[in-house]
Design a protein around this ligand. Structure first.
Ligand code: SF4
Length: 717
């Protein structure tokens, strides 16, 4: 780089859950370039998003003043595309906007005595903010709003994985860090596309393969990582449980279980054994599309390797049977004893850079920080003590989840919402319904850095700071808490989310005295500002008891559980027991079920939605990152060449994709890694929002929606 920076500032990548550390080089108040730092997850590596996806922070689209909706600007759920804010809003002072925000919530609360699940108010926090922001947000909703109706995108991410893990092993976190693939003999990746969605993580997998590890990739799409795989299992979409039960059948019937581990550390093996007896590979092969011999070969290799690790993504979790999918993966790991050692274990790959931390911090309707159930009287009493509330203040009934909150808004039970940094008008299933629900609210307050599709439906918009404009902590997929430092000043009057939350809380009568800095700055002082928030959060979280704010400031990355200030933290957990009442893991059998909506004569193709390398989630940041948007500027639908030919479609041509819920038009991409009669659409493009098509059917245990499978029709335009 020819230009010498005025300063360098260390932080963490704002995109995926790998949690790469990076250094911003700042020149003339702007990020000039980014370098990878020697963090534990990346050792200097960055993918294209981390290296080039930063100039969104300097976009002319940034919100710089608080906005209040104009009286003559109706909320139009059918038109949420990017537009000039002046059409919808007028500028306001911070005091005016914050007063209006608080008054709307007070009015909604005064309209009914209902509280708890039936409350008229709710909130969506964000997995893209800091741990401190997530913690404050859930505290605001639980205290000032008197409800646990608070959730975030984890509901649409790994809620089913966490439900199965909590049930099976008593903890929803990963057992081993991603880089443990370097110690594995066999790496089993299922329902994930790490080369695009966790690229630095995928680079560790490729290195492991070069050193001799066997990689098995199980996914309906033959993605780039398949080139490095010993076996690629291109199974029929939605048939995960059948495939995994077939593997379990082989392991159990061929005596490949770890008998001592099963005896000493698991429960209910006999039920599982009886259940999988019906799933011989020859029986499941026609269902999952993988031949019986391959299922046997992979199952034997998994069971007999010295160390086998399982990593999975949203291809497993985002189904109406997502919890069952994860139950099968847990059983695979347990019956073979492939857990509790380096190179083994269970790793649900977290998507967003702070979805792990936001969940840990309690941004979930059924649990307080550290996953203590709101139904647990001792947990409520502890929270009331730390938050200095009268005993009995906090309710015992878990709140509504993301899709339930949207449905309650549609039905007008919920009248007011606070949304911090999430974009449900793009990210929620059946987005047309979600947009209508948001438009029906009497009062919607959105904190964000851009006028997102969601913010266009707001009554009050509060301009927030981007990731490089604030200091705070973030927790990656490995349970590693890291700190990011402020590198830039926010544009105009944009202010830190944590400051905004404190201001709203005070206006709603809460006695909050953190005195958070509006400009996103923080020091290593644990008694004031962000440091005080972290310390209060720590008081509620035994898992980070040994991680003080000054220690995090000093060491920059500490993995939990960390019990005292001298504890280095524990990268591999479940080494000798599981955190269940018995100390053992529970084996839960799963029966294959059909997806909630299957192809038929009117909608003959399966739609899979997901992400792509250059764009992140709803695209609000990466579509405004100049290099990334230049690389992938257009929405597309990928089809197998045979399917495209059958439909009369050519690569580069336009196609219309319809489901029972919506229609989008986008360009055709031909990809011979796609399964037949299946379409793939990334969900980052507002002009062709994939979630207008997706099915909001929920997994009954985890309330995650089936955004990975619905029926569509595709036709030439
Ligand atoms: Fe950022 Fe993830 Fe890429 Fe690392 S792998 S640079 S965390 S997007």
């Amino acid at each position: 780089y020819a230009r010498v920076a005025d300063k360098t500032v260390d932080s963490v990548c704002p995109y995926c859950g790998v949690g790469c550390q990076l250094t911003y080089h700042v020149k003339d108040g702007k990020i000039d370039h980014v370098e990878g730092k020697q963090g534990p997850a990346n050792e200097g590596r960055l993918c294209v998003k981390g290296r080039f996806g930063f100039d969104y922070a300097h976009s002319p689209d940034r919100l710089t003043r608080p906005l209040i909706r104009r009286a003559d600007a109706p909320k139009d759920a059918t038109n949420v595309m990017r537009r000039d804010w002046k059409e919808l809003f007028r500028e306001a002072t911070w005091d005016e906007a914050l007063d209006a925000a608080a008054a709307g919530f007070q009015k909604a609360l005064a309209s009914t005595p209902e509280r708890g699940r039936a409350s008229p108010v709710s909130g969506f926090g964000s997995a893209k903010g800091t741990n401190e922001e997530a913690y404050l947000f859930q505290k605001l909703i639980r205290t000032a709003f008197a409800t646990h109706n608070v959730d975030h995108c984890t509901r649409l991410c790994h809620a089913s994985s966490v439900a199965a893990l909590m049930e099976g092993v008593g903890s929803g976190v990963v057992s081993n860090p991603l880089r443990d693939v370097e110690h594995a003999e066999l790496i089993f990746v299922i329902g994930a596309n790490p080369a695009q969605n966790h690229p630095v993580g995928a680079s560790w997998m490729k290195n492991a393969v070069k050193r001799g590890a066997k990689l098995v990739l199980a996914d309906p799409r033959r993605t780039e990582l398949a080139r490095h795989a010993w076996k690629f299992l291109g199974f029929t979409p939605g048939s995960d449980v059948a495939l995994l039960n077939g593997m379990l059948h082989v392991i159990v019937t061929e005596g490949l279980t770890d008998a001592a581990f099963v005896r000493d550390r698991t429960l209910d093996f006999e039920q599982l054994k009886a259940h999988v007896a019906d799933f011989a590979p020859e029986v499941v092969a026609p269902v999952c599309g993988i031949d019986a011999n391959t299922i046997r070969e992979v199952a034997r290799a998994f069971a007999t390797s010295k160390a086998s690790i399982i990593l999975w993504g949203m291809g497993v979790s985002q189904h109406s049977h997502g919890t069952d999918n994860a139950r099968c993966l847990i059983a695979l790991s347990m019956v073979t004893g492939q857990i509790g050692r380096p190179g083994t274990g269970l790793h649900p790959l977290r998507g967003q850079n702070n979805v792990q931390g936001a969940s840990d911090a309690g941004l979930i309707p059924m649990v307080f920080p550290d996953y203590r159930p709101v139904s647990d009287a001792a947990a409520r009493a502890h929270a009331e003590e730390v938050w200095r509330l009268p005993p009995g203040t906090l309710g015992a009934q878990p709140g509504l989840t993301v899709v339930e909150i949207i449905n309650a808004a549609y039905d007008r039970q919920i009248r007011a919402m606070l949304i911090q940094g999430e974009n449900p008008a793009m990210s929620d299933p059946d987005a047309g319904h979600a947009r209508e629900a948001l438009a029906r609210l009497d009062h919607l307050v959105v904190q964000d850095i851009f006028l997102t599709e969601t913010a266009s439906l707001a009554d009050v918009v509060l301009p927030a700071t981007a990731w490089p404009e604030k200091t705070g902590s973030v927790t990656n997929t490995d349970r590693c808490v890291q700190i990011g430092h402020k590198a830039l000043n926010a544009p105009g009057e944009a202010r830190a989310d944590a400051w905004i939350t404190e201001q709203i809380a005070r206006r709603l009568g809460q006695d909050w005295r953190y005195d958070i800095h509006a400009d996103g700055t923080a020091s290593d002082n644990p008694a004031q500002g962000i440091g005080a928030v972290f310390e209060e959060m720590r008081a509620l979280m035994p898992s980070i008891a040994g991680l003080s704010w000054p220690r995090l400031w000093r060491e920059q990355a500490v993995v939990y559980p960390v019990h005292d200030l001298g504890d280095p933290g524990q990268a591999v957990v479940f080494t000798d027991h599981f955190p269940t009442p018995t100390g053992r893991a529970r084996l839960v059998p799963a029966t294959p079920t059909s997806p909630a909506e299957v192809p038929d004569a009117d909608y003959p193709l399966v739609l899979i939605t997901g992400r792509q390398l250059e764009h992140w989630h709803t695209g609000s940041m990466t579509r405004r990152a100049s290099v990334l948007d230049a690389l992938e500027p257009l929405p597309s639908v990928s089809l197998h060449p045979t399917t495209a030919a059958k439909l009369g479609l050519l690569a580069g041509g336009q196609a219309r994709v319809r489901s029972r819920r919506g229609v989008v038009t986008l360009s055709v991409r031909v990809d011979d890694g796609m399964p037949l009669d299946t379409a793939f659409i990334p969900f980052a493009y507002a002009e062709a929002a994939a979630n207008l098509l997706t099915n909001p059917a929920l997994d009954p245990a985890a309330k995650i929606a089936e955004v990975k499978y619905c029926a569509v029709a595709v036709e030439a335009v």
